[in-house]
Design a protein around this ligand. Structure first.
Ligand code: SAM
Length: 373
């Protein structure tokens, strides 16, 4: 929260952002002011002034602080004037409720991609419940006695960048089973927000994800809510939650080693902060593996044996001629390797390898370029 003494700096900051034609001035002005106040209050010399638990600062010191804040804001405005995205300046971006560190080696995670994460996670869960639970009533016994007889589910995020997709899927699945995340909220969210994603194609295998698909997914979880809740309760009662989570393999690949270091770091940091204590045990039962690879080529064969594979990807898909016309905040700052490409390359790599290594792809969910935009 911005302390009331400094709130009048906000309209000034918004004007400065508008003066440099920043496209997102309203959204980021609050964040910038809060960021500068946090930075200044992190300096022990200033703590007495800003920390709300300490006695109120004297009027004179408020004025001093305001001019300090204003001058730091000017430094930021200068950078933003050169089209540097705010997320690169502050070094982080929020995605699916988690904070991911970002720098020039990775794409800034986009809000649109949250849809991809929620939709694909629910589709994978739908597959799991239909194939492993509703069609099969001895899963819990098998988990208890002979887990090796159960096929695993491998989730691969190709072109992981900051690691935002695979880390979020991992946190959401563990959250659903530990009770900190509710399937209904996710299902409602993609259902009600589906029309707010106009400039990207979301595809499953080679066709567009339609409103009908989203409706049917939403209905599935509505119809089966009691059965699913019952299964999760049984898992908890029989202490099988960690064994359940260990049925999943999580993999993120990227051709950029720099991106993979950032992804690994993000995953480790986000995993370290579980809200619930019992979630720690779940998370300790499985890790995301990050693999340096051209698409999925370097993933070891053992991952594919006895596993149903799901692929989620936000690949580079901007045609070269469109790239040249992108906003400078994207073109001049975000990695070209993350932007320019064609999703056909990804699809032919997946299809080629799945034939060669004979693995069982159950679903591919990816973002693609929309010709009409
Ligand atoms: C659009 S970015 C997506 C990053 C992240 N998944 C996200 O949604 O924010 C595409 C990513 O694919 C990676 N990439 C590009 N070509 C690749 C290839 N041949 N194999 C694997 N990764 C690749 C880039 O390095 C980049 O991190």
């Amino acid at each position: 929260m911005i302390p009331s003494e400094f709130i009048d700096l906000l309209p000034q900051l918004q004007r400065k952002l508008q003066n440099i034609n920043h496209p997102d001035s309203l959204r980021i002005s609050n964040e910038i002011l809060q960021y500068v106040i946090n930075e200044i209050s992190a300096n022990p010399c200033n703590e007495n002034f800003i920390n709300p638990n300490k006695k109120k600062p004297a009027k004179k010191s408020i004025e001093n602080l305001k001019s300090l804040i204003s001058s730091q804001i000017d430094v930021i405005i200068e950078k933003l004037k050169n089209n540097m995205p705010w997320e690169y300046f502050k070094g982080s971006a929020e995605f699916c409720g988690y904070i991911f560190q970002v720098d020039k080696n990775v794409l800034i995670p986009r809000t649109d991609t949250e849809f991809l994460v929620y939709y694909s996670t629910l589709s994978i869960l739908q597959y799991f419940f239909s194939e492993y639970v509703f069609n099969n009533n001895d899963l819990l016994d098998k988990l208890d006695s002979d887990k090796s007889s159960i096929n695993t589910i491998t989730i691969i995020d190709i072109g992981t960048g900051s690691g935002c997709i695979i880390t979020s899927v991992y946190m959401i699945l563990s959250g659903i089973i530990s009770g900190s995340i509710n399937i209904k909220n996710i299902s409602d969210r993609i259902y009600t927000e589906q029309l707010e994603i106009p400039h990207i194609c979301f595809k499953t295998n080679t066709r567009l994800i339609t409103e009908r698909d989203i409706f049917e997914l939403h209905e599935y979880f509505k119809k089966n809510r009691n059965k699913i809740d019952g299964f999760i309760n049984d898992l908890r009662k029989r202490n099988l939650v960690s064994k359940w989570f260990a049925l999943f393999d999580f993999i993120g690949t990227d051709i950029s080693q720099e991106a993979l270091s950032i992804a690994t770091n993000n995953y480790q940091t986000i995993k370290k902060n579980p809200i619930l204590d019992d979630k720690k045990a779940i998370l300790n039962s499985k890790d995301v593996q990050f693999i340096n690879s051209n698409w999925l080529k370097n993933i070891p064969q053992s991952v594919f044996d006895k596993s149903s594979v799901f692929i989620i990807s936000n690949p580079p898909y901007i045609p070269p001629e469109v790239y040249l016309k992108l906003d400078p905040s994207v073109k001049d700052h975000e990695p070209k390797l993350a932007l320019v490409g064609n999703s056909d390359n990804l699809l032919s790599a997946i299809m080629g390898l799945s034939k060669e290594r004979q693995f069982n792809i159950k679903g591919i969910y990816f973002e693609d370029y929309c010709m009409e935009h």
